[in-house]
Design a binder for this molecule. Structure first.
Ligand code: GDD
Ligand code: MN
Length: 386
């Protein structure tokens, strides 16, 4: 019995202790002043890479959104890389390009579909910009995003920046509200990490990479075009930072099923990303970003296992000593229930993904998620995005 309780306490600590410590530390860091030089005159030549696969329902809205950007016309180019969509995405893009948009435009079509990162790498060879910005078809930018974000790349030590995702449908269902809360905390962490050194989390809705800071997207084939690319930038000893001013808009699936398909794919990618970091750490190839790489590798690869063992131990103890249920009285408080639910859900997904990765399962090529429904012309007009 004593041994069991000691074990229970140990796994309780391993499951929550490091996470709580890291969170508190990063939250404090997130309030510090910005650590690198920001120069509002810094206006690099930028290439937007827009990967598309069967996006005929929104690609036109996305291009209209891009054409509203406030940035010198001769410093922008848009490169759409389509992987042979079976709908009329390419025709729509070509038609738009023929109407004289306020930037130069190229439309590339791959012969077959080999995933988003493959498409981005194909497009990369055609980019003439000094900064390459990945931009999903279902993510929308405020027109001043470049004016606000580019100055954060002015410092030579900064290799890449990303922005926080803002949900247009956060109030739609319980699923979108949980995601909103997750994003809020995740962004505090990412900001803290950026100020402390670098963040390892980027978003495909707005990720801007200096050309000199990376060779190709997702060099290690993790399936993550954003976080996977960050690995290479960090290895080249550049900083990678979340810039709160670079917020972009998107939507999230309303249903749990839709959420699950996105999250399963994402956690599967992240497990691969952190397995790679673990490799590089062991080989001594991560030099400048240990302060965020080490704790995240622990949180993503090991905490979920500790938590699953903790749950098994708890179940065993409660079954044998039902009185222990009294200890769970704190679950009466709704906010605690809410956060506990989030923690359990994300850790279960990570745990499942680790197994999927160990079994060699990949989710790099995906079907279109259900998050397009909230992205109507009216919804976008309401927030002045088109
Ligand atoms: N060319 C090409 N080829 N484009 C593709 C392919 C492909 O095989 N698959 C997807 N895309 C395009 C989509 O058309 C869209 O513009 C963009 O890639 C992102 O696809 P989504 O289907 O919207 O991805 P998501 O919203 O589930 O995931 C996003 O966020 C993740 C992080 O949370 C993406 O940015 C992911 O890359 C990212 O990991
Ligand atoms: Mn998306």
């Amino acid at each position: 019995m004593f041994f069991l309780v000691a074990l229970w306490l140990l796994f309780g600590f391993l499951s929550f202790g490091p996470a709580a410590f890291i969170f508190c530390y990063m939250r404090r860091k997130s309030k510090d002043s910005w650590p690198t030089r920001v120069d509002s005159d810094y206006k690099p030549r930028v290439s937007f890479l827009v990967p598309t696969y069967n996006e005929s329902s929104i690609i036109l809205l996305r291009l209209i959104n891009l054409s509203r950007l406030k940035y010198p016309r001769d410093l922008m180019e848009v490169i759409v890389v389509d992987s042979n969509s079976s709908d009329d995405t390419v025709e729509i893009v070509k038609e738009f390009s023929g109407r004289g948009p306020p930037f130069s435009m190229k439309v590339l079509v791959e012969n077959d579909r080999r995933g988003k990162s493959h498409a981005l790498n194909y497009g990369l060879d055609y980019c003439q910009g000094d900064v390459i910005i990945i931009s999903d078809a279902d993510c929308f930018w405020p027109s001043d995003i470049l004016e606000k974000a580019m100055p954060f790349l002015a410092d030579p030590s900064v290799g890449a920046i990303s922005g926080p995702k803002i949900l247009l449908n956060s109030e739609q269902t319980w699923v979108t509200r949980v995601e909103e809360s997750y994003l809020k905390w995740a962004n505090v962490l990412r900001l803290g990490e950026s100020i402390a050194g670098s963040t390892v989390f980027f978003e495909g809705g707005f990720s801007a990479f200096k050309k000199e800071a990376f060779d190709r997207f997702d060099p290690y084939g993790t399936g993550s075009d954003d976080c996977g690319t960050v690995i290479g930038v960090i290895q080249n000893n550049f900083r990678t930072m979340l810039v709160p001013e670079a917020g972009f808009y998107s939507a999230f699936p309303e249903s749990f099923r839709g959420k699950l398909s996105i999250k399963l794919r994402r956690t599967n990618q992240l497990v691969r990303v952190f397995a790679k970091y673990l490799d590089l750490l062991v080989e001594g190839k991560v030099k400048t970003t240990k302060i965020t790489v080490v704790p995240n590798t622990f949180l993503y690869l090991f905490s979920p296992m500790a938590l699953v063992i903790l749950i098994a131990l708890t179940a065993f103890l409660v079954l044998n000593f039902p009185l222990l249920l009294v200890l769970f009285a704190f679950l009466i408080i709704p906010s605690i229930r809410f956060y506990l639910y989030e923690v359990l859900e994300s850790n279960f997904l990570l745990f499942a993904s680790t197994f999927a990765v160990l079994l060699g399962k990949r989710f790099s090529i995906w079907s279109q998620p259900e998050d397009r429904t909230g992205l109507t012309r009216e919804a976008l007009q309401r927030v002045n995005l088109i």
